[in-house]
Design a protein around this ligand. Structure first.
Ligand code: 4AD
Ligand code: MG
Length: 463
């Protein structure tokens, strides 16, 4: 008899088939003469209902061990279920208990636990319905992303995690060093002597794979990188992580309009794919987490995103009849309350804001004709705010050098990046999607810590 996954059995198992499954007990119900246990193996939201008859050898002994959390293998025959809630159930004649879970100490008993509590048991929370659904949807999002790019001929490139550059220039870097922090080598002027460090210079965990993705786009035309990125920004919010995953496509021979078109098609594709492949999990989110999740998905797939310039956005915000906490003024960055007003109140759908003031954006963004704005774009999503940030890149050597200097950086440090503008430069563009913000948007989960298996946030790196 072959072992089968529960999702597949619930979908296509037929009465009279003999099957064996392995998983963890979710609940046990003892009735007169028989008992039900629900077994879940993570393959789907639903558990398999298993019926144990009291004529099973060692019935009483085994039943005592079948508490919530115990790991089991059950074998038997599938029968059509009389109860409602499931099409098919398993009548077992053989049960093996791998490991028990003491009901006195196993923290995940059958009751609703708060997400705050579940964060304190990050090693066990994936065994709950909510986290099972989150991580299956997260997996589907990742699959949809690869599918989208692979179908369009993009090369998946792997950019480094340790780098010597600060792509965003925001100084939110985690240092990487092998120096002995108790005995740091010093130069004559008492500065840290990085020549003695592992890489002979200061290095960091990457904040973005973009600069290296640009290198690869200058050879392969269309590429994407999808990996972990790190930011030491001390923001304790429901939308910031110190370690998060980012998807960054980079396209040669592409301008800002092409960049926005791709980003919009990309988000639509991911939503479509997840609705098709995870309908039960999505239904679960709609019922239990946020009852606008399915309507939002429908809205994303079927409506064009709104597109406005930063200058237009500022005008709309100045006209708004709401009292914002932060000032609105041409030249100031949009705050989360402004972003949310635009997509939640005004347009009621994602909004792509473009052409931001040059002084609030990164050095690599292409300077517009007016020399005041850059060809940047952010996609703002209801409840999340910024979900994608992207731009057309500065392909003109002289302008790029000026921009680097203006931001207090040294062109020599980016010699290889500038070389791309010296040898066969082309207009090019790309964007970065915050993967966890996407999963939040998709599932309606309120806190970003609950859409990544092991969140890293200020003062928290457990598990
Ligand atoms: O807007 P950001 O900083 O853009 C870049 O890093 C560019 N280099 C991307 C590119 O053009 N290739 O970050 C991109 C996205 C944001 O829109 C947001 O969704 C997400 O990354 N993000 C975070 N997600 C979780 N926690 C954080 N601390 C995040 N910071 C940014
Ligand atoms: Mg941004």
């Amino acid at each position: 008899m072959e072992n089968r996954r529960i999702a597949e059995i619930l979908r296509s198992g037929e009465p009279d088939e003999f099957v064996a499954v392995q998983g963890w007990v979710r609940t046990k119900r003892e009735l007169k003469g028989f008992s039900f246990i629900e077994v879940n193996d993570g393959s789907c939201l639903a558990s398999l209902q298993v019926v144990l008859n009291q004529d099973l050898p060692d019935y009483d002994d085994i039943l005592k061990k079948l508490n919530t959390g115990a790991s089991v293998e059950v074998a038997g025959v599938l029968v059509g279920s009389l109860g409602k809630g499931q099409r098919i159930e398993l009548k077992t004649d053989k049960i093996k208990v791998f490991g028990e879970a003491d009901p006195e100490t196993y923290p995940l008993q059958k009751k609703r636990h708060s997400f705050e509590f579940l964060r304190t048991i990050g090693h066990l929370r994936s065994r709950t319905n909510s986290f099972g659904a989150v991580f299956r949807v997260r997996n589907a999002c990742a699959t949809a992303i690869h599918q989208f790019f692979q179908e369009r001929g993009f090369l998946w490139v792997h950019t480094p995690i340790i780098t010597a550059n600060d792509c965003e220039g925001a100084g939110e870097l985690f240092s990487v060093t092998s120096l002995d922090l108790k005995n740091v080598p010093r130069t004559q002027t008492q500065a840290i002597d990085y020549s003695k460090d592992f890489f002979s210079k200061p290095t960091y965990l990457t904040v973005s794979g973009q600069l290296e993705a640009e290198v690869m786009a200058m050879a392969f035309t269309n590429v994407y990188t999808f990996g972990p990125t790190f930011r030491a920004e001390n923001s304790n919010t429901s939308r910031h992580l110190a370690e998060f995953w980012m998807v960054e496509p980079e396209m040669a021979f592409c301008d800002l309009k092409g960049d926005m078109d791709l980003a919009e098609a990309f988000l639509k594709h991911i939503f479509k794919y997840v609705l098709e492949t995870c309908p039960e999990d999505m239904e679960f989110f709609n019922q239990r987490i946020d009852n606008t999740v399915l309507a939002t998905a429908d809205n994303i797939i079927n409506n064009k995103f709104e597109r406005i310039t930063y200058t237009e956005a500022v005008k709309l915000l100045e006209k708004a009849d709401v009292q914002f906490e932060y000032p609105v003024n041409w030249g100031l960055d949009l705050q989360s309350e402004h972003e949310r007003y635009l997509c939640e109140q005004l347009f009621k759908k994602p909004v792509i804001v473009s052409n931001y003031p040059a002084q609030i954006k990164a050095f690599y963004m292409r300077l517009d004709e007016d020399e005041k704005t850059v060809s940047a774009m952010d996609i703002l999503a209801p409840k999340i705010g910024e979900i994608i940030g992207g731009s057309q890149r500065e392909e003109r050597l002289d302008v790029l050098e000026r921009r680097i200097q203006a931001q207090g950086m040294k062109p020599e440090d980016l010699w290889w990046y500038l070389d791309l503008r010296r040898f066969g430069t082309v207009p090019h563009a790309g964007f970065g999607l915050g993967f966890e913000r996407l999963v939040q948007f998709m599932t309606g989960m309120g806190n970003i810590r609950d859409v990544i298996p092991f969140p890293r946030t200020p003062e928290s790196a457990e598990f």
